[in-house]
Structure formats: structure tokens, C-alpha cells
Design a protein around this ligand. Structure first.
Ligand code: GLN
Length: 460
């Protein structure tokens, strides 16, 4: 049934880069056999889950929506994928994304754009646009995305679904193809807060294979969904963010409406300002490309990735000094990477180069520390922070493709949580006057995903 729903949506929505056939059927049959034999079933037994194509799967391709990895089948599963299947989930397919997760619209994918099921002329957001659209078009109730600077929360907001970016280190990054290692985190996207709670339950936990994963007990995330009484909870509204220029009325209204709902549920509202928030985007767009340029150096046609077979494919710029190996690297990378990925590699390599390292990368690290300090201070005054996810609802396909700065500004409200490592959830916050979904965002202290789910569950 799920496969039929996916296949029906593919020609228009294009949420998937690969649809599982036999492997999904075999997994479903195993669950059936277990059920008939009366064996204990996992908590997600038989649940179809779609996985962003940046997470390694050993029985299907993992392409990062890049020519560089077209057809690549990894020899192992990402830890979060193994954990989901161990809980009984069936990996039903891989979802489309911006190439190597760089983008905010799924338009940089080498596998074609994904369309927003609410309005096919618009983007589903990105980079986890396929994962969001797969849920929004009804094919699956749970998908797994990744969020380096907003890639779970922004597409969730554009597609009217719920998406959670866990604390950095809450879920293992083993088998998640790295974009910016100090920011990347996988997380659940679903129809409801309950869906993301059961997804997170299966994914979370320490993994010795990821040295940055945190050894911290995994609580029962669904236990907190029983109550809608928010008395005693202090919610800090990020007033500066909704009053900024460029924030649409619908976004401002949805945050103000949410404020009222939280108040009615018993929460106390306070005003919070994160002082260094104007530096979030510039800091992120130094640190993320720096880490990307280093992570992506492995795709050279020898260690990993597309190999240009003929030196004649090389763009001859009269560099007679290049040997055959260098020519192979150069032509492989030129052909394998798309233009946004190349832009990030160039920016990152420049910012990390000897003469500029202190001025850019080191400086960005210092600002990152200040940003973290703002969050620490904010969580002394409030239990959660409420604000927008994006400056506006889903924009039209093509609208920002030629304007990288406009595209980067989509991340205005999301990159703070990644720089600080804190968890954050995007919740459906109503529709604008054109009927497009608008999201609201809650951010919480490190390892307090339960608090986000509690408040989110009460709100929904
Ligand atoms: N839009 C941001 C970027 O392009 C975030 C991407 C992400 O979270 N993977 O870097």
C-alpha cells in the first residue's frame, strides 16, 4: 500500500530517490511471520519509514542526491537506520534532498526537484525536502531527516508537518554522510508530535562508533504526551525575531497565536532576546563551509565517488604540469559536484587557508561561543524558547535559485540551535491566507527533547 502511494506521488512530487521493492516486502513478511508465531514485536513493527538519502543503507543506494555518489550502495547501515529496523521499522525508500544537504529548497538535487504537496509550484523546503514531502503527501507517517542548519525544521514548516532536531550527540552520526560534522544531527519528521516521539525513541542513544554521541539515558519520550497541563512551564518568546524586517505577517501571527495557546494551557510567557542572533547566519556560513570543504575532500574519484574515466573529459586550462592522478581528481570533482557544493568548497577552503584562518574560521568559533552563552543565559530565565522557523511560508520553485544570499537567509531562525547544539522542534502553526502552512519553533536546553515533545504535544 505504501509503495503504491509513493509510486502514485512520484511523477508530481518526486519525494524519493529510491523506492524499496523486495527488501521492504521481505522485511514486512518477517514481521508478519513473527506476529503469527507470537514472537515479541518491536515498537515500530511493520511501520514504513522513509530515510533521507544522506544516511547509509546497505541494501539500497545512498547518493546524497549527487552525481558524485549516483548508484553507490554502502557496505553498512547508519546506526540510526539499524536502530529503526531493530525496532521493527521497514525502510520503504530513500528521500530526495539538496545535494550533500546544502540548500534550503531541494533544488540543488541531482535527482530533480521535489515539489511541495500543498502547492506543486512551490518548494517543500530543504535540505530534507523529500523527507518532508513524503510525510505531507501521506505516503508515510514518519521519515528521517538531518539538520545541519535547519534542514529538518524548515521543510517541516513548509510542508505542515512536525520535525525535531535533537541535541547534538543525542543520535549517532555513524553512517550519516558528513556535511558539517560539528552541526549535523539526524532526527524524526512526522504527521504529529507522537510520530516524532516514537521515531526519536528508536533512534536516540549512545553509539561507541560515534565519538561525539553522548552517553546519556534515553527517557520514555511518549510518557510526556499524556498531559496538556503546562502550568509551571516558562516559555520565552523571541520577540525580536518576529518583529524583524522581512518576516511575513502570517509568520508573526502564527507565533503570536501560539503564544496565546501556550498561555491558555497554563504556561507563563516571558520575553527573551538572544543577543548575538544577528551573527547566526554569518557564523554558520563560515563554519559549515569550512567543515564541508574538509569532509568533501574524500570524494576524489579514488577513495570515494564518481571517477571521470577519460583525461580528455578534463577542461583543458593549459595546466600541463598536472599528472594523470591530479587530472583524475580534478575532472572527477568537476563532473561529480553541483555548483552549490562547489561554492561551499571554495568558500570553506578560502576561509581555512593560512592567511585567512584567524580572520574567518577562528573568529567564527569565538562568535559561536558567544551564541552558546546566550542560550545558556536564556535557559536560566525560561524553560523553552518560542519563535518562528522561517521568515515566510514556502516560496516558489526557482525564486531563490540564482541568489545564494536570499537562500541562506531562509536559515535566519534555525542555525542558532545547531551552533549551540540545542534541540528544537518545528510544529504546524496554522495556514496563511493563501492556505500555505506556517511553522512555529520551540527550542530547549541540551538533552531536553522530552520538554519540547511535552509542550508540542499539548499545543498540537
Ligand atoms: N540551508 C542550510 C544550508 O544550506 C541548512 C542545511 C542543512 O541543515 N543541511 O546549509
Amino acid at each position: 500500500q505504501t509503495i503504491a502511494a509513493i509510486e502514485a506521488s512520484q511523477p508530481t512530487i518526486n519525494a524519493f530517490t529510491h523506492v524499496a521493492g523486495d527488501s521492504a516486502m521481505a522485511a514486512a513478511e518477517r514481521v508478519d511471520a513473527d506476529r503469527k508465531a507470537g514472537r515479541t514485536l518491536g515498537p515500530l513493527a511493520g511501520l514504513p519509514v522513509a530515510i533521507k538519502d544522506v544516511l547509509c543503507t546497505s541494501d539500497m543506494p545512498t547518493t546524497c542526491s549527487s552525481e558524485m555518489l549516483r548508484g553507490f550502495v554502502p557496505p553498512y547501515n547508519a546506526t540510526v537506520v539499524s536502530k529503526l529496523t531493530a525496532a521493527g521499522a521497514i525502510v520503504i525508500g530513500k528521500t530526495n534532498m539538496d545535494e550533500f544537504a546544502m540548500g534550503a529548497s531541494t533544488e540543488t538535487s541531482a535527482m530533480g526537484v521535489t515539489r511541495n504537496p500543498w502547492d506543486e509550484a512551490r518548494t517543500p523546503g530543504g535540505s530534507s525536502g523529500g523527507a518532508a514531502a513524503a510525510v505531507a503527501c501521506g505516503a508515510v507517517s514518519l521519515s528521517i531527516g538531518t539538520d545541519t542548519g535547519g534542514s529538518i525544521r524548515q521543510p517541516a514548516a513548509f510542508c505542515g508537518i512536525t520535525g525535531l532536531k535533537p541535541t547534538y550527540g543525542r543520535c549517532s552520526r555513524y553512517g550519516l554522510v558528513a556535511f558539517a560534522s560539528s552541526l549535523d544531527q539526524a532526527g524524526p519528521m512526522g504527521w504529529s508530535v507522537d510520530d516524532v516521539a516514537i521515531g526519536l525513541q528508536a533512534m536516540a542513544g549512545y553509539d561507541p562508533a560515534d565519538s561525539t554521541s553522548v552517553d546519556h539515558p534515553v527517557p520514555d519520550y511518549r510518557a510526556v504526551l499524556q498531559s496538556t497541563d503546562l502550568r509551571g512551564l516558562k516559555i520565552g518568546v523571541l520577540r525580536d525575531s518576529i518583529n524583524q524586517d522581512g518576516v511575513s505577517d502570517a509568520v508573526r501571527r502564527s507565533v503570536e497565536d501560539a503564544e496565546r495557546v501556550f498561555q491558555e494551557l497554563g504556561a507563563e510567557i516571558v520575553e527573551i532576546s538572544l543577543q548575538h542572533s544577528p551573527y547566526w547566519v554569518p557564523t554558520y556560513y563560515v563554519i559549515a563551509p569550512c567543515e564541508a570543504s574538509s569532509n568533501l575532500s574524500r570524494f576524489d574519484g579514488a577513495h570515494y565517488g564518481h571517477r571521470a574515466m577519460r583525461a580528455a573529459d578534463a577542461v583543458d586550462e593549459g595546466e600541463g604540469v598536472m599528472g594523470p592522478l591530479e587530472t583524475m581528481y580534478r575532472t572527477s570533482r568537476a563532473a561529480g559536484f553541483g555548483s552549490e557544493v562547489k561554492r561551499r568548497i571554495i568558500v570553506g577552503t578560502y576561509a581555512l587557508s593560512a592567511g585567512y584562518y584567524d580572520a574567518y574560521y577562528n573568529q567564527a568559533l569565538k562568535v559561536r561561543r558567544l551564541i552558546r552563552g546566550d542560550y545558556d543565559a536564556a535557559f536560566d530565565q525560561a524553560d523553552l524558547l518560542l519563535g518562528p522557523v522561517t521568515p515566510s511560508p514556502a516560496f516558489r520553485l526557482g525564486e531563490n535559485v540564482d541568489d545564494p544570499i536570499a537562500m541562506y537567509l531562509c536559515d535566519l531562525f534555525t542555525v542558532g540551535a545547531n551552533l549551540a547544539g540545542v534541540p528544537a522542534i518545528s510544529l504546524p502553526g496554522g495556514l496563511d491566507d493563501q492556505g500555505l502552512p506556517v511553522g512555529i519553533q520551540l527550542q530547549g536546553p541540551v538533552m531536553e527533547e522530552s520538554r519540547l515533545l511535552f509542550a508540542g504535544g499539548a499545543f498540537q
